[in-house]
Write a protein that binds this ligand. Sequence first.
Ligand SMILES: Cc1cc2nc3c(=O)[nH]c(=O)nc-3n(C[C@H](O)[C@H](O)[C@H](O)COP(=O)(O)O)c2cc1C
Length: 174
Amino acid sequence: MSTIVIYKTKYGGTRKYAEWISEELNCDIVDAKKITIDDILKYDTIIYGGGLYAEIINGVHMLTKNMDKLKDKKIAVFTTGLTPPDCREYYDKMVIEKNFKEGLPQNVKVFNYLGKMVVEELSLVHRTALKTLKKIMQGKENPSDMEKLLIELCDADGDFCDKEAIGELLDYVR
Ligand SMILES: Cc1cc2nc3c(=O)[nH]c(=O)nc-3n(C[C@H](O)[C@H](O)[C@H](O)COP(=O)(O)O)c2cc1C
């Protein structure tokens, strides 16, 4: 069984997990920018990782727009983000709905990990986007618990990547 880990990263959080997973599985690893769907089709098991940006899994479109070609593959998608992985409503509802418009296919399982956001590494565009988001959320009269959490997460600063988290994904693909 051949396996590949594909990742797309802006600040390196997702790459860390991709490297840990490929080391554990002793399998190929590639940056999403350097691979085409035809290359991917040569593998039986595909692991795709992307950071969350406004709930979108960075680059996952590469897989979701080709689901018909990938229907016989075993697929694991992992996200990295700042929303705590136990916020199941966020991950199982919002993130799935935004990224898998026709529902989550049976051959795809999604795993959610804590990522990394080091403020001094952020681009000006991203810093500004976070400031704007925080202002909008703070302006709401009765913010929901999720909106309160988002306000807090806009101020996060650190690397929360954790190798221990990958165990379930490894069990799934092995
Ligand atoms: C502009 C911006 C938007 C983000 N949006 C989300 C989000 O919607 N949900 C989330 O959990 N984390 C969000 N994050 C945090 C990133 O997903 C996190 O830093 C991730 O580890 C980045 O992965 P990468 O370094 O591989 O690109 C956001 C970060 C930035 C800078």
